[in-house]
Design a protein around this ligand. Structure first.
Ligand code: SAH
Ligand code: SF4
Ligand code: F3S
Length: 446
């Protein structure tokens, strides 16, 4: 086995995994490796995996199996991410050709694990349950030069009964504010226009480190002050922890975008209780009312799970009605997938797949109706667009509004990476179509 010269990382799962990939890429490049496009000829191939639903795991398992059988294996193969935590060294039994397994809390150790593999020629794994704050975030190699993810808190202490994350990412550990501010300043200086703060539950930020005296909204006030900071987003917020101070920050801080991802998961209080979401439908609706009264132009996003064990048609209907009532701008809807090691595994997965799919379909149709109506209300409005790149046709520019709507308009290459005011005149499918508008005083920014 030779010291690898090239690498390829395949990423599955959420934004946190994407960021972890960027950090690993940075570590590998510091070690002298270069990234290549062809995964099969890479000297080092890493699968940065996700365990959130069965399908996510099956995709990687299939790929790893094929690597062992037919496809030639020249280099080193490793598994990182949430599946590394969920399956640990049992992966070696199933995939004897696998060289290492590195868990979500051991990204810092990637280099030493690699050395050990090279030196001992044995399978090596490192999967600690607790995250120690020793990660060099600044090493991250980002492909995107306009938008960046920044991790502010890792892990989750909420233990929703269906979810693997508290087991695959460990307990909540906040990152020191100075470290976050330093990274954000560097990103802004390097020309980044949008920063998304990441955490499984960003609203818990700072609660594990009382001595810092810096809760999530305090952090936002500090970040907003960074000269040149244009846009800040964050995800995800657990509804139970959203505070009035955070709502006021969304209203008052110019850089904060007004789309709040605020997952309800289900509309029935009985199901919510069984999910251990620690709020009832009524409490959730009260939070939404309060948020909307403090930030009238706020857009809301959600995640929803259909077909949770014992969910009746009437309970599903409650989810449907809540979605109709709240009118989310964005909804990610999933069919329940039982996960090993979670409390919900003790209940029978009793909703047939066809029923789950039917419920999923009905919610998707409803969401499409709501989104279409929302698009209509945006006609003739002038919106701020962060221009990211050319659209697929290579002619129109493409970007996103503060509330995450996709917009295309005609412009030139020099506008990529800038903020432009675009007047919406029509739409094509889900995308808003507009034309450049001259910045006006007293503009309504949506
Ligand atoms: N921390 C975030 C999201 C974590 S995972 C939050 O709490 O909002 C992203 C989404 O995947 C969850 O919001 C949930 O809707 C979905 N999900 C998690 N476990 C799942 C499971 N076992 N089956 C189906 N969907 C699941
Ligand atoms: Fe999973 Fe719940 Fe934690 Fe979100 S809050 S990561 S759904 S346990
Ligand atoms: Fe998947 Fe882990 Fe993210 S399970 S969704 S990669 S936190």
């Amino acid at each position: 086995m030779q010291d690898p010269k090239t690498y390829f990382i395949r990423t599955y799962g959420c934004q946190m995994n994407e960021l972890d990939t960027e950090i690993m890429a940075g570590q590998l490049q510091k070690r002298g490796l270069t990234p290549i496009e062809d995964e099969e000829s890479a000297d080092l191939l890493i699968f940065n995996t996700c365990s959130i639903r069965d399908l996510a795991e099956r995709k990687v398992m299939g790929k790893l199996g094929r690597m062992g059988r037919g496809q030639k294996k020249n280099g080193i193969i490793g598994v990182t991410g949430c599946m590394a935590m969920a399956k640990k060294n049992s992966l070696f039994r199933k995939f004897p050709h696998l060289d290492f397994v590195v868990g979500t809390n051991n990204i810092t150790d990637l280099g030493t694990v690699l050395d050990e593999v090279l030196y001992t020629k044995k399978q090596v794994y490192k999967t600690e349950d607790r995250f120690e704050e020793n990660l060099d975030y600044l090493v991250a190699k980002r492909d995107n030069k306009i938008k960046a993810y920044v991790s502010i808190i890792r892990g989750c202490d909420k233990f929703c009964t269906y979810c693997v994350v508290p087991y695959t990412r460990g307990q909540e550990v906040s990152r020191p504010p100075e470290s976050i501010i330093e990274e954000c300043k560097k990103l802004v200086d390097a020309g980044y226009k949008e920063i998304t703060l990441l955490g499984q539950n960003v609203n818990s930020y700072g609660k594990d480190k009382k001595e810092w005296n810096c809760l999530f909204h305090d952090l936002l006030y500090k970040l907003d002050k960074i000269p040149g900071m244009e846009r800040i987003r964050f995800m995800t917020s657990h509804p139970i922890d959203i505070t009035v101070e955070l709502m006021q920050a969304i209203r008052d801080l110019p850089s904060l975008c007004n789309l709040v991802h605020f997952p309800i998961q289900a509309g029935s209080s009985r199901i919510l209780k069984k999910m251990h979401r620690i709020y009832t439908k009524e409490q959730y609706l009260e939070k939404v009312d309060l948020l909307r009264s403090i930030v009238p132009n706020v857009s809301l996003g959600t995640d929803i799970i259909v077909g949770f064990p014992t969910e009746t048609e009437a309970e599903f209907q409650e989810t449907y009605d809540v979605m109709k009532q709240i009118r989310y701008s964005l909804a990610f809807i999933y069919a329940y997938s039982p996960r090993k090691g979670t409390p919900a595994m003790r209940w029978k997965d009793d909703i047939p797949e066809e029923v789950k799919q039917d419920r999923l379909q009905r919610l998707m149709e409803l969401q499409e109706e709501i989104s279409a109506e929302e698009r209509n209300t945006l006609l003739d409005h002038t919106l701020e667009v962060l221009v990211e790149r050319f659209n697929k046709d290579g002619r129109m520019l493409k970007g996103r509004t503060r509330c995450w709507k996709k917009v295309i308009f005609e412009g030139d290459e020099s506008m990529i990476g800038t903020l432009q005011q675009v007047k919406i005149h029509s739409f094509s499918h889900q995308t808003l179509v507009g034309e450049l508008a001259k910045p006006l005083q007293g503009l309504r920014v949506i």
